[in-house]
Design a protein around this ligand. Structure first.
Ligand code: ADP
Ligand code: MG
Ligand code: MG
Length: 204
C-alpha cells in the first residue's frame, strides 16, 4: 500500500462525493441531537477542499494534507471545522516533505490526528464523538502490517454504528444526556464516509 499525491487528492474527491450525496442525511442526524448543520458544514468545507486541491500543484502528500487542513479550518465553523482541520494538520506535519506514504506512515499520521482531535475536543472513546470512529481505525492500522481495504471499511462502519447506543458526553449532544441514546453521532458518520473513501482509493 502506498499513497501518492494523486491518491490523496482522489481520496478527498471521493470523501466530498459521499458528503455531498449525504448532506441532508448528515444534517438530519444533527437535527436529532445537535443544531442541524453538520451536513451543511461538511459539504461546504469539502467542496472548498476539492476546489483548492484540483486547482493547485503539489509535490508532496504533506502539502496536500496541509491545504485540506487550512481549508477546513478557515471554511468550516462549529465544532467539526477545528476538529477535522486539526486532524489533517497533524497528518500533514507527521508526513512532512514526503512524496508518498506507506501503510505504517499513514497509520502514524492517523495516530497523531487522533491525538490532536482528543486534545482539541477533550473527548475520549465512548463519548459519542468522531473519536469513536478515529480510534478504532488507528488501532486497525497499528494491528495490521498490510492494510486490507475491505476490512478498513468494515472497521469504520462498525465503529460508526457503535455510536448509536452511546450517551453523549461532549459536544452539543451532551446537553441531551440520555436522550442522545438511540441516535448516530453525525461527526462519526462523516468520518465513516472519509474512511470508506480511503478504502476505495486503496482498493485500486
Ligand atoms: P456544531 O456542533 O458546532 O454544530 P457540527 O454539527 O459540524 O458542529 O459537528 C458536530 C460533530 O462534532 C459531532 O457529531 C461530534 O462528532 C463532533 N464533536 C463535537 N464536539 C466534540 C468534541 N468536544 N470532541 C470531539 N468531537 C466533537
Ligand atoms: Mg451542528
Ligand atoms: Mg453548529
Amino acid at each position: 500500500m502506498e499513497l501518492q499525491v494523486a491518491d490523496v487528492i482522489q481520496w478527498m474527491e471521493k470523501s466530498n462525493d459521499s458528503i455531498q450525496a449525504n448532506k441532508d442525511y448528515l444534517s438530519s442526524l444533527d437535527r436529532a441531537i445537535g443544531d442541524g448543520d453538520h451536513g451543511i458544514n461538511m459539504a461546504r468545507g469539502f467542496q472548498e477542499v476539492v476546489s483548492k486541491l484540483t486547482t493547485s500543484d503539489y509535490q508532496t502528500v504533506s502539502d496536500v494534507l496541509k491545504d485540506v487542513s487550512m481549508t477546513l479550518l478557515s471554511k468550516v465553523g462549529g465544532a467539526s471545522g477545528p476538529l477535522f482541520g486539526t486532524a489533517f494538520l497533524k497528518m500533514s506535519t507527521t508526513v512532512k516533505g514526503m512524496e508518498k506514504v506507506d501503510a505504517n506512515q499513514l497509520g502514524e499520521a492517523f495516530q497523531e490526528a487522533l491525538n490532536g482531535i482528543k486534545l482539541r475536543g477533550k473527548a475520549n472513546k465512548g463519548d459519542k464523538t468522531l473519536v469513536d470512529v478515529w480510534e478504532p481505525v488507528v488501532e486497525f492500522f497499528k494491528s495490521s502490517d498490510s492494510i486490507d481495504a475491505n476490512a478498513l471499511a468494515e472497521v469504520a462502519k462498525q465503529a460508526m454504528e457503535s455510536t448509536k447506543e452511546l450517551e453523549a458526553r461532549r459536544g452539543r449532544a451532551a446537553y441531551l444526556k440520555e436522550r442522545s441514546i438511540g441516535h448516530l453521532d453525525p461527526g462519526s458518520v462523516s468520518s465513516y464516509y472519509i474512511f470508506t473513501a480511503l478504502s476505495e482509493v486503496l482498493q485500486k
